[in-house]
Write a protein that binds this ligand. Structure first.
Ligand code: CP
Length: 304
Protein backbone atom coordinates (compact mmCIF):
# COMPACT_ATOMS: atom_id res chain seq x y z
CA UNK A 1 0.00 0.00 0.00
CA UNK A 2 1.35 3.44 -1.00
CA UNK A 3 1.07 6.70 0.91
CA UNK A 4 1.98 10.17 -0.34
CA UNK A 5 3.47 12.11 2.54
CA UNK A 6 6.34 13.92 0.80
CA UNK A 7 6.83 14.63 -2.90
CA UNK A 8 10.02 12.50 -2.63
CA UNK A 9 7.74 9.47 -2.16
CA UNK A 10 7.22 9.63 -5.94
CA UNK A 11 10.02 8.98 -8.44
CA UNK A 12 10.56 11.26 -11.42
CA UNK A 13 9.15 8.51 -13.62
CA UNK A 14 6.00 8.23 -11.50
CA UNK A 15 5.51 12.01 -11.62
CA UNK A 16 5.93 11.90 -15.40
CA UNK A 17 3.30 9.16 -15.58
CA UNK A 18 0.88 11.12 -13.34
CA UNK A 19 1.27 14.19 -15.56
CA UNK A 20 0.65 12.04 -18.64
CA UNK A 21 -2.52 10.54 -17.13
CA UNK A 22 -3.76 13.98 -15.96
CA UNK A 23 -3.34 15.35 -19.51
CA UNK A 24 -5.22 12.35 -20.88
CA UNK A 25 -8.06 12.91 -18.37
CA UNK A 26 -8.28 16.55 -19.54
CA UNK A 27 -8.68 15.38 -23.14
CA UNK A 28 -10.85 12.30 -22.53
CA UNK A 29 -12.78 12.73 -19.26
CA UNK A 30 -15.47 10.20 -20.28
CA UNK A 31 -12.87 7.39 -20.30
CA UNK A 32 -12.39 7.89 -16.56
CA UNK A 33 -15.93 8.63 -15.38
CA UNK A 34 -16.55 5.23 -13.75
CA UNK A 35 -13.02 4.22 -12.77
CA UNK A 36 -13.70 4.67 -9.04
CA UNK A 37 -17.26 3.35 -8.93
CA UNK A 38 -18.04 2.04 -5.41
CA UNK A 39 -14.84 3.60 -4.00
CA UNK A 40 -14.87 6.19 -1.22
CA UNK A 41 -12.46 9.03 -0.55
CA UNK A 42 -12.37 10.50 2.96
CA UNK A 43 -11.22 14.11 3.22
CA UNK A 44 -10.09 14.80 6.80
CA UNK A 45 -9.30 18.50 7.05
CA UNK A 46 -8.18 19.60 10.51
CA UNK A 47 -7.25 22.99 9.00
CA UNK A 48 -9.18 25.25 6.56
CA UNK A 49 -9.04 24.68 2.80
CA UNK A 50 -10.95 25.62 -0.33
CA UNK A 51 -8.94 24.31 -3.29
CA UNK A 52 -7.31 21.18 -1.91
CA UNK A 53 -10.38 19.71 -0.26
CA UNK A 54 -12.85 20.63 -2.99
CA UNK A 55 -10.53 19.57 -5.82
CA UNK A 56 -10.00 16.18 -4.15
CA UNK A 57 -13.75 15.80 -3.74
CA UNK A 58 -14.49 16.92 -7.32
CA UNK A 59 -11.73 14.57 -8.56
CA UNK A 60 -13.27 11.54 -6.82
CA UNK A 61 -16.77 12.45 -8.03
CA UNK A 62 -15.57 12.79 -11.63
CA UNK A 63 -14.03 9.34 -11.31
CA UNK A 64 -17.46 7.99 -10.35
CA UNK A 65 -16.62 7.53 -6.66
CA UNK A 66 -18.05 8.93 -3.45
CA UNK A 67 -16.75 11.28 -0.79
CA UNK A 68 -17.09 11.46 3.01
CA UNK A 69 -15.23 13.58 5.53
CA UNK A 70 -15.05 16.72 7.62
CA UNK A 71 -13.75 20.21 6.95
CA UNK A 72 -12.72 21.28 10.46
CA UNK A 73 -11.53 19.54 13.60
CA UNK A 74 -14.37 21.23 15.52
CA UNK A 75 -16.93 19.16 13.59
CA UNK A 76 -15.15 15.85 14.32
CA UNK A 77 -14.48 13.92 17.53
CA UNK A 78 -11.06 15.61 17.66
CA UNK A 79 -12.98 18.31 19.55
CA UNK A 80 -13.70 15.66 22.23
CA UNK A 81 -10.01 14.76 22.49
CA UNK A 82 -9.70 11.86 20.03
CA UNK A 83 -6.17 11.26 18.73
CA UNK A 84 -5.18 11.40 15.04
CA UNK A 85 -4.29 7.69 15.21
CA UNK A 86 -7.74 6.68 16.49
CA UNK A 87 -9.46 8.93 13.93
CA UNK A 88 -7.47 7.32 11.12
CA UNK A 89 -8.21 3.76 12.28
CA UNK A 90 -11.89 4.67 12.40
CA UNK A 91 -12.07 6.36 9.00
CA UNK A 92 -10.13 3.47 7.40
CA UNK A 93 -13.15 1.29 8.20
CA UNK A 94 -15.39 3.55 6.10
CA UNK A 95 -13.24 4.56 3.13
CA UNK A 96 -10.73 3.30 0.54
CA UNK A 97 -8.35 6.29 0.59
CA UNK A 98 -7.82 9.31 2.85
CA UNK A 99 -6.67 12.86 2.04
CA UNK A 100 -5.65 14.59 5.25
CA UNK A 101 -4.65 18.16 6.16
CA UNK A 102 -3.35 18.95 9.62
CA UNK A 103 -1.73 22.00 11.26
CA UNK A 104 0.99 19.83 12.87
CA UNK A 105 4.07 18.94 10.82
CA UNK A 106 4.34 15.17 10.52
CA UNK A 107 0.71 14.37 11.44
CA UNK A 108 -0.02 12.65 8.07
CA UNK A 109 3.15 10.56 8.50
CA UNK A 110 2.00 9.45 11.96
CA UNK A 111 -1.45 8.71 10.52
CA UNK A 112 0.05 6.60 7.72
CA UNK A 113 1.68 4.27 10.29
CA UNK A 114 -1.76 3.36 11.69
CA UNK A 115 -3.82 3.45 8.54
CA UNK A 116 -5.16 0.44 6.68
CA UNK A 117 -5.90 2.58 3.58
CA UNK A 118 -3.57 4.92 1.61
CA UNK A 119 -2.97 8.35 3.16
CA UNK A 120 -2.37 11.47 1.08
CA UNK A 121 -0.81 14.46 2.84
CA UNK A 122 -2.99 17.43 1.86
CA UNK A 123 -0.72 19.86 3.75
CA UNK A 124 0.96 19.52 7.17
CA UNK A 125 1.74 22.76 9.00
CA UNK A 126 4.59 24.71 7.43
CA UNK A 127 6.20 21.49 6.21
CA UNK A 128 4.95 19.91 2.97
CA UNK A 129 2.11 20.02 0.45
CA UNK A 130 2.89 17.33 -2.12
CA UNK A 131 -0.38 17.47 -4.07
CA UNK A 132 0.02 21.23 -4.54
CA UNK A 133 3.44 20.42 -5.95
CA UNK A 134 1.95 17.88 -8.35
CA UNK A 135 -0.51 20.62 -9.37
CA UNK A 136 2.41 23.03 -9.86
CA UNK A 137 4.36 20.49 -11.94
CA UNK A 138 1.35 19.86 -14.20
CA UNK A 139 0.89 23.63 -14.55
CA UNK A 140 4.54 24.14 -15.49
CA UNK A 141 4.46 21.19 -17.89
CA UNK A 142 1.32 22.51 -19.63
CA UNK A 143 2.26 26.20 -19.64
CA UNK A 144 6.04 26.03 -20.27
CA UNK A 145 6.08 22.66 -22.11
CA UNK A 146 9.07 21.52 -20.05
CA UNK A 147 10.21 20.85 -16.49
CA UNK A 148 13.89 21.59 -17.05
CA UNK A 149 16.01 24.64 -17.95
CA UNK A 150 13.90 27.09 -15.97
CA UNK A 151 14.70 30.06 -13.76
CA UNK A 152 12.11 30.06 -11.00
CA UNK A 153 11.48 33.02 -8.70
CA UNK A 154 9.83 32.11 -5.40
CA UNK A 155 8.52 35.19 -3.66
CA UNK A 156 6.97 35.95 -0.27
CA UNK A 157 6.85 33.75 2.79
CA UNK A 158 9.55 31.21 2.02
CA UNK A 159 9.90 30.27 5.69
CA UNK A 160 6.40 28.98 6.44
CA UNK A 161 5.21 28.41 2.85
CA UNK A 162 4.93 24.62 2.67
CA UNK A 163 4.14 24.73 -1.05
CA UNK A 164 7.52 26.37 -1.65
CA UNK A 165 9.42 23.69 0.29
CA UNK A 166 7.76 20.89 -1.66
CA UNK A 167 8.24 22.69 -5.01
CA UNK A 168 11.97 23.27 -4.38
CA UNK A 169 12.33 19.57 -3.53
CA UNK A 170 10.53 18.50 -6.69
CA UNK A 171 12.17 20.92 -9.14
CA UNK A 172 15.66 20.20 -7.79
CA UNK A 173 15.45 16.81 -9.53
CA UNK A 174 15.30 18.39 -13.01
CA UNK A 175 18.23 19.65 -15.10
CA UNK A 176 19.07 23.32 -15.58
CA UNK A 177 16.93 24.66 -12.72
CA UNK A 178 17.89 27.93 -11.01
CA UNK A 179 16.03 29.51 -8.10
CA UNK A 180 15.73 33.17 -7.15
CA UNK A 181 14.51 33.17 -3.55
CA UNK A 182 12.79 36.50 -2.89
CA UNK A 183 11.74 37.20 0.70
CA UNK A 184 12.17 39.61 3.58
CA UNK A 185 14.97 38.62 5.97
CA UNK A 186 12.49 37.23 8.54
CA UNK A 187 10.81 34.92 6.01
CA UNK A 188 13.87 33.42 4.29
CA UNK A 189 13.95 29.82 3.07
CA UNK A 190 14.76 27.49 6.01
CA UNK A 191 18.40 26.38 6.31
CA UNK A 192 17.43 22.69 6.04
CA UNK A 193 15.90 23.32 2.60
CA UNK A 194 19.02 25.16 1.41
CA UNK A 195 21.45 22.61 2.85
CA UNK A 196 19.64 19.30 2.33
CA UNK A 197 18.10 20.06 -1.04
CA UNK A 198 19.65 23.00 -2.89
CA UNK A 199 23.32 22.72 -1.87
CA UNK A 200 23.27 18.91 -1.74
CA UNK A 201 22.04 18.77 -5.36
CA UNK A 202 24.29 21.61 -6.57
CA UNK A 203 21.27 23.70 -7.55
CA UNK A 204 22.07 27.34 -8.31
CA UNK A 205 20.17 29.81 -6.14
CA UNK A 206 20.25 33.48 -5.22
CA UNK A 207 18.60 35.08 -2.19
CA UNK A 208 17.30 38.63 -2.39
CA UNK A 209 14.60 40.80 -0.85
CA UNK A 210 14.07 42.82 -4.04
CA UNK A 211 11.44 41.40 -6.41
CA UNK A 212 12.42 43.79 -9.22
CA UNK A 213 16.14 42.98 -9.16
CA UNK A 214 15.86 39.67 -11.04
CA UNK A 215 12.31 39.74 -12.47
CA UNK A 216 13.57 40.02 -16.07
CA UNK A 217 15.49 36.70 -15.69
CA UNK A 218 12.51 34.64 -14.57
CA UNK A 219 10.59 31.97 -16.53
CA UNK A 220 8.28 31.37 -13.57
CA UNK A 221 7.33 33.72 -10.75
CA UNK A 222 5.73 31.79 -7.90
CA UNK A 223 4.09 34.23 -5.49
CA UNK A 224 3.05 33.16 -1.99
CA UNK A 225 0.96 34.63 0.79
CA UNK A 226 2.44 35.52 4.17
CA UNK A 227 1.14 32.67 6.36
CA UNK A 228 -0.71 34.54 9.11
CA UNK A 229 -1.67 31.34 10.93
CA UNK A 230 1.99 30.37 11.51
CA UNK A 231 3.09 33.67 13.11
CA UNK A 232 3.63 33.89 16.84
CA UNK A 233 2.66 37.56 17.07
CA UNK A 234 0.26 39.78 15.15
CA UNK A 235 2.69 42.72 15.05
CA UNK A 236 5.24 40.82 12.91
CA UNK A 237 2.49 39.62 10.57
CA UNK A 238 1.12 43.15 10.07
CA UNK A 239 4.62 44.47 9.36
CA UNK A 240 5.36 41.81 6.72
CA UNK A 241 2.00 41.00 5.13
CA UNK A 242 2.19 43.59 2.34
CA UNK A 243 5.95 43.39 1.77
CA UNK A 244 5.39 42.31 -1.86
CA UNK A 245 2.49 43.35 -4.05
CA UNK A 246 2.92 42.25 -7.66
CA UNK A 247 1.33 44.78 -10.02
CA UNK A 248 1.44 45.78 -13.70
CA UNK A 249 4.25 48.25 -13.07
CA UNK A 250 6.55 45.60 -11.57
CA UNK A 251 5.78 43.24 -14.46
CA UNK A 252 6.94 45.73 -17.11
CA UNK A 253 10.48 44.33 -17.02
CA UNK A 254 9.39 40.66 -16.96
CA UNK A 255 9.61 38.25 -19.91
CA UNK A 256 6.63 38.08 -22.27
CA UNK A 257 6.28 34.36 -21.62
CA UNK A 258 6.67 34.57 -17.84
CA UNK A 259 4.34 32.17 -16.04
CA UNK A 260 2.94 33.78 -12.87
CA UNK A 261 1.84 31.15 -10.38
CA UNK A 262 0.38 31.22 -6.87
CA UNK A 263 -0.95 28.26 -4.88
CA UNK A 264 -3.72 30.56 -3.57
CA UNK A 265 -5.44 31.78 -1.45
CA UNK A 266 -4.20 35.23 -2.38
CA UNK A 267 -4.45 38.06 0.11
CA UNK A 268 -2.71 41.20 -1.22
CA UNK A 269 0.45 39.84 -2.83
CA UNK A 270 -0.88 39.95 -6.39
CA UNK A 271 -2.91 42.99 -7.36
CA UNK A 272 -6.18 42.03 -9.09
CA UNK A 273 -5.08 44.20 -12.05
CA UNK A 274 -2.65 41.35 -12.90
CA UNK A 275 -5.46 38.80 -13.29
CA UNK A 276 -6.13 39.79 -16.91
CA UNK A 277 -2.46 39.64 -17.87
CA UNK A 278 -1.95 36.63 -20.21
CA UNK A 279 1.01 35.65 -18.03
CA UNK A 280 -1.23 35.11 -14.98
CA UNK A 281 -1.58 31.33 -14.62
CA UNK A 282 -2.89 30.99 -11.05
CA UNK A 283 -6.51 30.30 -11.90
CA UNK A 284 -5.46 27.78 -14.57
CA UNK A 285 -3.30 26.23 -11.83
CA UNK A 286 -6.46 25.78 -9.72
CA UNK A 287 -8.11 23.86 -12.56
CA UNK A 288 -5.05 21.65 -13.16
CA UNK A 289 -5.24 20.67 -9.47
CA UNK A 290 -8.36 18.58 -10.01
CA UNK A 291 -6.90 16.60 -12.94
CA UNK A 292 -3.64 15.72 -11.22
CA UNK A 293 -5.56 14.62 -8.11
CA UNK A 294 -7.72 12.39 -10.32
CA UNK A 295 -4.55 10.80 -11.69
CA UNK A 296 -3.16 10.45 -8.16
CA UNK A 297 -6.29 8.78 -6.77
CA UNK A 298 -6.16 6.24 -9.61
CA UNK A 299 -2.50 5.52 -8.91
CA UNK A 300 -2.94 5.17 -5.15
CA UNK A 301 -5.91 2.84 -5.62
CA UNK A 302 -3.94 0.89 -8.24
CA UNK A 303 -6.65 1.41 -10.85
CA UNK A 304 -5.36 1.24 -14.44
N1 CP B 1 -3.38 25.86 -2.36
C1 CP B 1 -4.08 25.43 -1.29
O1 CP B 1 -3.66 24.55 -0.55
O2 CP B 1 -5.29 26.06 -1.12
P1 CP B 1 -6.34 25.72 0.02
O3 CP B 1 -5.70 26.10 1.33
O4 CP B 1 -7.55 26.51 -0.30
O5 CP B 1 -6.58 24.24 -0.04
Amino acid sequence: MRNLIDIKDLTEKEIEELIKVAKDIMLNPEKYSEKCKHKKLATLFFEPSTRTRLSFEAAMMELGGNVIGFSSSSSSSTAKGESVSDTIRTVGAYSDIIAMRHPKEGAPLVASKKSIVPIINAGDGGHNHPTQTLTDLLTISCEKKRLNDLTIGLCGDLKFGRTVHSLITAMSRYKGIKFVLISPEELKTPEYVKTDILKKNNIKFIETNDIEEYINDLDILYMTRVQKERFFNEEDYLRLKDYYILNKEKLKKAKEDLCIMHPLPRVNEISTEVDDDPRACYFKQVAYGKYIRMALILKMLEIK
